[in-house]
Write a protein that binds this ligand. Structure first.
Ligand code: SAH
Length: 268
């Protein structure tokens, strides 16, 4: 019985081994197919998400400038829309030293080095309004300082000339104005008491430092019908802001208000 079983087992193993013998594999040729991807209609890839701040306020000082114009300038009676628009546009924070950044739009002047100051926004606006500038007018500024007043003028007309007596301030203001795109402003390092003869006569002249008398060369460099806005007073004291208008040989002057400017430097 045991013997018969082992014979049967051997036969079974033999049958199994024969059935597992590898059979030749038929050869298959693959024809590669190329799939061309065609764009499918549907939603395009989602755009890069910007933060709400980046979308709404590319310049973080836009709101501060609006507030400055409304509360310090319009509310106090400045009406010239060109002046208000310029004050709202020029980035004053670019004209103050980094340590005063948080006060850039405050209601007072700020130091700019070399014992000089950038004027209070309201005073800049009042003086600019008194010039009655129109696009195309030629305007001369004496006392470039930071270049802020020159940038305000450049928002209204493309013919702006400005003279600064301190070489370092003249150089840095020129660089700043170029960087900010006010490329039409011409800056000269000289004593502004003598104006800028080369481009005279001017429709308007603004002086942002205070001499103790009105410099004659500035009156001479005014066009007929031209306006000169200038603080005049003793060095170290308060001054009067004057609006001087030239009509032929006649000079009309009006004392507008009391102001406090740095003195005009130089020997006169
Ligand atoms: N308008 C400037 C601020 C003026 S501060 C601004 O927007 O920032 C007064 C400037 O007048 C100072 O930079 C000072 O150096 C300059 N200044 C003084 N005497 C001057 C003179 N005789 N000629 C030209 N600039 C003069």
């Amino acid at each position: 019985m045991g013997n018969a079983f082992s014979i049967l087992l051997s036969i079974l193993i033999l049958i199994l081994a024969l059935s597992c013998h590898p059979t030749p594999v038929p050869s298959v040729t693959f024809t590669p197919t190329v799939r061309v991807e065609t764009p499918q209609p549907g939603p395009s890839p989602s755009p890069v998400k910007l933060t709400p701040e980046a979308v709404l306020t590319p310049d973080p000082y836009v709101e501060k400038r609006k507030q400055m114009v409304e509360s310090q300038i319009r509310a106090r009676g400045v009406k010239d829309e060109r002046v208000l628009a310029a004050m709202e546009k020029v980035p004053r924070h670019e004209f103050v030293p980094p340590e005063y950044l948080s006060q850039a739009y405050a209601d007072h002047p700020l130091p700019i080095g070399y014992g000089q100051t950038i004027s209070q926004p309201y005073i800049v606006a009042v003086m600019t309004e008194l010039l009655r500038l129109k696009p195309g007018d030629k305007v001369l500024e004496i006392g470039t300082g930071s270049g802020y007043q020159a940038a305000i003028l450049a928002e209204i007309t493309d013919k702006v000339y400005t003279v600064e007596i301190i070489p370092e301030l003249a150089r840095s203001a020129e660089e700043r104005l170029r960087r900010l795109g006010y490329t039409q402003v011409k800056v000269k390092n000289a004593d502004g008491y003598y104006g800028w003869e080369e481009y005279a006569p001017y429709d308007a002249i603004i002086v942002t430092c205070a001499p103790d008398h009105v410099p004659r060369p500035l009156i001479r460099q005014l066009k007929d019908g031209g306006r000169l806005v200038i603080p005049v007073g003793p060095p170290g004291g308060y001054q009067s802001l004057w609006l001087i208008e030239k009509h032929g040989e006649e000079i009309k002057s009006r004392n507008v208000m009391g102001v406090l400017f740095v003195p005009m430097l130089g020997e006169h």
